[in-house]
Design a binder for this molecule. Structure first.
Ligand SMILES: CC(C)(COP(=O)(O)OP(=O)(O)OC[C@H]1O[C@@H](n2cnc3c(N)ncnc32)[C@H](O)[C@@H]1OP(=O)(O)O)[C@@H](O)C(=O)NCCC(=O)NCCS
Length: 195
């Protein structure tokens, strides 16, 4: 990939770069949900809606093989540019921990079909990524695992949740809105014009 700069859409440097021939090649967003604004009944409803498929739960080290399999299957599914790239997981980054909890949804047959990983720093939590098995998309599994993660982490003391993604990723934007995230940042990826 060539040279890129990711800036807030409102950053003052943007105009100067565009005047020099740089142009916007991708857009991304950040969104926030504060724990005191969580609508618990709504989040529980998002989880209940998928009860026929399964109930989300925290993932642990015993799930790593299934996580790596789902990650490999979906590695090329993340839209956007450098700002929203997904780093393929390895055994280390796939292993959930206190600072990197993960939540997943398994079918009755025990197949992991949805997962969300979160980076937790004190009272702050930021979604690292969320992904659903291609055969299971469009059934509300992403909102369900994200809702479950918010409920579980709020109970454990998280007060502020952040998430983000590619502006062109309508599916994750819609899932985030269902959970209650409010978009508060827009980012642009700039690349220099061709010589
Ligand atoms: C983004 C993603 C996690 C959404 O998961 P999901 O469980 O399919 O989400 P939902 O079921 O809530 O679907 C979200 C919307 O996309 C639509 N949709 C998504 N995938 C679909 C599919 N394969 N078929 C039909 N509709 C689909 C849904 O109809 C829904 O629209 P609506 O909210 O207007 O009803 C999933 O598409 C995915 O894994 N994408 C690749 C990884 C990625 O981009 N992750 C997000 C960045 S971290």
């Amino acid at each position: 990939m060539g040279e890129t700069i990711v800036l807030l859409a409102t950053a003052p440097e943007r105009a100067a770069l565009e005047a020099q021939g740089w142009s916007v090649t991708a857009r991304s967003f950040g969104a926030q949900l504060d724990a005191d604004r969580i609508d618990r009944p709504r989040l529980r409803a998002l989880v209940d809606r998928v009860a026929e498929v399964g109930t989300p739960r925290a993932l642990d080290s015993d799930d790593v093989a299934a996580v790596l399999e789902l990650d490999a299957l979906t590695a090329r599914d993340y839209p956007g540019s450098v700002a929203t790239q997904h780093e393929p997981l390895d055994r280390g980054t796939a292993t959930p921990s206190a600072s990197r909890p993960a939540f997943g949804l398994l079918t009755a047959q025990g197949e992991l079909v949805a997962m969300t990983y979160v980076d937790v720093d004190g009272p702050l939590a930021e979604t690292a990524f969320t992904v659903v098995h291609p055969a299971w998309r469009g059934r509300g599994l992403a909102p369900a695992v994200k809702a479950w993660s918010v409920l579980a982490l709020a109970d454990a003391g998280t007060t502020r949740f952040r998430t983000g993604g590619s502006a062109e990723n309508a599916a994750i934007r819609s899932a985030n809105a269902a959970v209650g995230y409010v978009v508060d940042e827009e980012w642009v990826t700039l690349e220099p014009g061709r010589p």
